[in-house]
Design a protein around this ligand. Sequence first.
Ligand SMILES: NC(=O)c1ccc[n+]([C@@H]2O[C@H](COP(=O)([O-])OP(=O)(O)OC[C@H]3O[C@@H](n4cnc5c(N)ncnc54)[C@H](O)[C@@H]3O)[C@@H](O)[C@H]2O)c1
Length: 434
Amino acid sequence: MHVTVVGTGYVGLVSGAGLADFGLSVTCVDSDERKVQRLQDGQIPIYEIGLEEIFRRNVKNRRLTFSSDLKSAVEQSLVVFIAVGTPEGVNGEPDLSQVRSVASSLAKYMDDYKVIATKSTVPVGTGRKIRAWIEESLKKPMKFDVVSNPEFLREGSAIEDFMRPNRVVIGAESEQAAAIVKDIYRPLYLIETPFVMTNLETAELIKYASNAFLATKISFINEMANLCEKVGADIHDVSRGMGLDKRIGSKFLHPGPGFGGSCFPKDVAALCTMGRWFGNPMRIAESVLEVNQQQKARVVAMMEEGLAGLSNRTIGVWGLAFKPNTDDTRESPAINICHRLLEGKALIQVYDPVAMNNAKGELGEKGISYCADAYAAACGADGLLIGTEWNEFRNVDLQKVKSVMKTPILFDVRNIFDPAKLRTLGFRYFGMGR
Ligand SMILES: NC(=O)c1ccc[n+]([C@@H]2O[C@H](COP(=O)([O-])OP(=O)(O)OC[C@H]3O[C@@H](n4cnc5c(N)ncnc54)[C@H](O)[C@@H]3O)[C@@H](O)[C@H]2O)c1
């Protein structure tokens, strides 16, 4: 079977390569012609563990191709996956302009029955809108189906998540379309992946419910960490004590500077917006966002106190990506904190193993030195912030770090170090909830 994936970002590229690895013939289409050219030249524009291997394998066996010609890709395909961006628009509403533009273009090029499957995260009701947008631009009446197939991959382990998902959700308006999309995922039957077969609206909502629930766990544990600091409790023991209860689970109970990334903030905001649209306020989700905003401000206040002011302080920052194992800096808490430090007139020296280029795009050059390694970022610093918990920071030579810093003050907002050990080494240590 031939399929098209529209959008070659984190989701589109991983899905395209993954579907090709399932044995399908895949054309990945993007409107960004420079990106398509780079992909055709064999350059992978994002950092994702394991992507290069399946990318090269499937390009070589010609199951994975890249194009900016949507027309010929659509003509060859039975199924078209939409994987374009749905960034936050005004008032927390998702901006659906990319999805709408794809739908209108598809209508122009559809020549016979197609299944249009949405991987992009879109608010409830968008599947029906996609149908309407296509119908209003079709040249002649034609049968087609719209399916919601939300994507749950995590950046940093996207290939693993795509190839071995916890579940596949398929929301369809016809049995035929549901069967066609289910068939695409046939290789996953062998590993007994559960399938949730449902209607469009439910599939769309499952994605938001899942992300909002995970974000809720993070904001919840961050508030608990703040309480721990007040009462002399240790958040790590609280998390472990909670997480061992199978009804709760241990994941997403790690305190930090708040959640970020291109999904959680915008998806929780979108859920709040949907609640308002339908007269059903989502009060928990609204609080989750509020707590998340406060958490970043709290980190900066802690640093300001620890350094007795920010103005003219030199601060080393280790890690800029929104989480380890990705180069994605969208809505990264580390970047947000860097902006606030710069506003406070601090000078920052930053280092990230893979996200330096993206960070430069967001932070610019003023007040910032981009460093070649972790030690260089610590050199001469009045304080050091752990912005992202990359593994390489866990194994640094802390004696050396201390010796190169001007004053050994560590803001370990990812709690990667043992406070007692750091204090013994002579650091002033600030963690979260300990
Ligand atoms: N990034 C994640 O971890 C993740 C996980 C699950 C779901 N999602 C959702 O998947 C969707 C895509 O996310 P992403 O992070 O891959 O986005 P992205 O911004 O990395 O990529 C989007 C791509 O779509 C392309 N594009 C935009 N308009 C186009 C058009 N009209 N025709 C063809 N291509 C077009 C862009 O050039 C870009 O390459 C979003 O809705 C997001 O919420 C993302």
